[in-house]
Write a protein that binds this ligand. Structure first.
Ligand SMILES: Cc1cc2nc3c(=O)[nH]c(=O)nc-3n(C[C@H](O)[C@H](O)[C@H](O)COP(=O)(O)O)c2cc1C
Length: 203
């Protein structure tokens, strides 16, 4: 029994352990940095995601506390509410995607989808490595573009905190978030069959 067992999924059908064990913490151990080889494995997992036409539109800007100045730059791009807890994580990644196909310069309408697949891979590998990942939409996108000089044909998208969760919380509010159980909608609510809104007979 781990100290975070209450965060594990309670699946109704069997799933891989790493999927069940992944969760998004608000309390990171500020004393524990992420080992370089683990971070590289996380990025490698992202690298092998599927993507439309193998375009691999994802782009990651990595900031670690090994360079405090670099970390502050990344942190300053998050919305205030996310900065509060993410400042304790040792690694921040800002994500972006190429919005056009390199092969024909046409819009890639699934680029954000493919970025999500890459981040999904990263999250699962991180969990396998004993790390914890917390993704964020709460990012100041125009600031990211300006701070890092992101060109017009690429779109800044999200941020990701990576580190080791810790049971000891930095505030009561953050303690409450990490002590609650994770909830999910039942399959019957979103797996459809003959018509939109009618549950699939598979279930
Ligand atoms: C694309 C995306 C954006 C998110 N944005 C934020 C955010 O800005 N701030 C935050 O605290 N959590 C954010 N989250 C975390 C979600 O709230 C969290 O994944 C969800 O509540 C499910 O919890 P779990 O990851 O522990 O299963 C985001 C997650 C994703 C996938």
């Amino acid at each position: 029994m781990t100290e975070f067992e209450h965060k594990h999924a309670r699946p109704e059908h069997p799933i891989m352990d790493v999927i069940a064990e992944r969760w998004s913490p608000y309390n990171y151990d500020p004393e524990r940095s992420v080992e370089r080889h683990k971070l590289l494995s996380c990025l490698e997992a992202a690298r092998w995601a599927a993507s439309s036409y193998n375009e691999q539109p994802w782009r990651f800007i990595v900031a670690t506390k090994d360079s405090p100045e670099q970390f502050e730059r990344g942190l300053g791009c998050l919305l205030e509410a996310n900065q509060e807890w993410a400042r304790h994580a040792p690694v921040l990644i800002l994500t972006a995607y190429a919005s056009k196909f390199s092969r024909n310069d046409k819009d890639n309408r699934v680029a954000l989808h493919d970025l999500g697949l890459a981040v999904g891979n990263l999250s699962i590998e991180a969990t396998r490595q004993g790390l914890h990942v917390h993704q964020m939409a709460g990012v100041n996108l125009s600031r990211v573009r300006a701070v890092y000089g992101i060109p017009e044909d690429h779109e800044p998208a999200t941020a990701i905190a990576i580190g080791y969760a810790r049971a000891q919380a930095t505030s009561d509010e953050l303690a409450a978030r990490d002590s609650s159980q994770r909830q999910r909608n039942p399959l019957s609510q979103w797996v459809f069959g003959d018509k939109w809104g009618t549950t699939s007979s598979l279930l």
